[in-house]
Write a protein that binds this ligand. Structure first.
Ligand SMILES: C[S@@+](CC[C@H](N)C(=O)[O-])C[C@H]1O[C@@H](n2cnc3c(N)ncnc32)[C@H](O)[C@@H]1O
Length: 361
């Protein structure tokens, strides 16, 4: 049962209280705008408006194949949020190029609308998570609608698009080894787009992707078939029990360790799976294990919120440690060392300020 709030009759600093109340109003307003952007991304409305001249709501709805009445209300939300421009004389709307630059696929500044989907998903999961708050129990991946698709869009920007330019160069000589032909594993591969891209680029190497979720693996297999690669295979594997000693020259994990049942155990198993000259490339969230160090970390509140609604409960739901999204690079580095890696290098990549990259041997 909710306890009654205990408050003094009036705050000691009324000005501070009023300023904070304004801030909360902004949070409510912008939280709603995030969901509108998520809808705009998922329905294709943002893409339909990008780079196009001003148009009426009926034309915009028609170009995205959607119902005008809903599109008009969505447009009003984006106009009042300062995202879309509105010309009352002609009742036309325009998404300025400068705004489209971070809101559509291929935008010059990436597609930040992809991340607004997390906000929408948090709302969708609220009742379930409140139940978890009360019971202490966890959740299952399958309970999060659209999760793997959303993750693939996310890593499409931070991983797939950067493989050749910034990620492979983290390991000197790796491209040459991939060209001559090596054995590669991606742990927690999700929809497998990184491996498919690698499979296409390096036909002499063999790539294996393991993931817990059958729907993600089905999508990964479909992506491999579409790309026509025959050197990439995907399997549904619970990596909690994975044991393939000395099999791989390269193991990768992209944002797939902190929410495992036992991240330390997985890292130990990955080390055992490497050949003596093998290398493990691990991308994970780059926050600190200490809350006080994360006050200025990019989008820290968003990351803790994702942790609360997704990463912590899915780990707890597997009977796991529930380390959370902000488990901390210090924790990751310690687990790598405890697993027996001796040469551990930590990198930060400018395109990806929320993640840390470890190269371990
Ligand atoms: C945050 S997602 C990242 C997916 C993918 N690497 C990407 O970057 O898009 C974490 C992935 O780890 C997988 N995973 C979690 N626990 C696992 C386990 N015990 N065994 C195998 N995969 C697991 C999830 O199914 C999910 O696809």
């Amino acid at each position: 049962m909710n306890q009654p709030a205990v408050l003094p009759k009036s705050p000691a600093q009324p000005g501070r209280a009023e300023a904070f109340a304004e801030r909360v109003s902004d949070i409510v307003n912008l939280g709603a705008v995030a969901v509108m952007l998520s809808i705009g991304h998922r329905t294709g409305l943002l893409a339909a408006m990008a780079g196009r001249p001003a148009a009426g709501s009926a034309a915009i709805a028609a170009s995205a194949g959607l119902a005008e009445r809903y599109v008009r209300e969505w447009l009003a939300a984006l106009v009042t949020a300062g995202i879309v421009e509105y010309e009352p004389g002609t009742a036309t709307y325009r998404l300025p190029d400068e705004h489209a630059a971070c809101l559509v696929p291929g935008g010059a500044l990436g597609n930040l609308a992809v991340y607004t989907q997390h906000v929408a998903l948090m709302g969708q999961m609220q009742e379930r998570i409140i139940e978890c708050f009360r019971t202490g129990a966890g959740t299952r991946y399958e309970e999060y609608p659209h999760f793997h698709h959303m993750m693939a869009e996310d890593s499409g920007q931070t991983v797939v698009a950067q493989l050749r330019e910034t990620i492979l160069p983290l390991v000197p000589g790796l491209e040459a080894r991939l060209e001559s032909g090596i054995e590669v594993l991606d742990a927690g591969c999700g929809r497998g787009e990184a491996l498919v891209a690698l499979g296409q680029a390096f036909p002499e190497s063999r790539f294996t992707g393991y993931d817990l979720c059958a729907d993600a693996v089905a999508a990964a297999r479909a992506a491999a078939a579409r790309a026509g690669v025959d050197n990439v295979r995907f399997e549904v594997v619970d990596m909690t029990h994975f044991d393939e000693p000395g099999r791989y020259d390269l193991v990768t994990s992209f944002d797939a360790v902190h929410d495992q049942q036992a991240p330390d155990e997985l890292i130990r198993r990955i080390r055992r799976a490497l050949r003596p000259d093998g290398v493990y490339v691990m991308q994970d969230i780059g926050g600190s294990a200490a809350l006080e160090n994360n006050l200025d970390f990019p989008m820290a509140a968003f990351l803790y919120a994702i942790s609360c609604v997704h990463c912590t409960p899915v780990s707890l739901g597997q009977g796991g440690a529930g380390l959370g999204t902000m488990w901390g690079w210090e924790t990751a580095e310690r687990m790598l060392r405890d697993a027996g890696f001796r040469d551990i290098q930590r990198h930060l990549l400018p395109h990806d300020p929320q993640n840390v990259w470890f190269v371990s041997r």
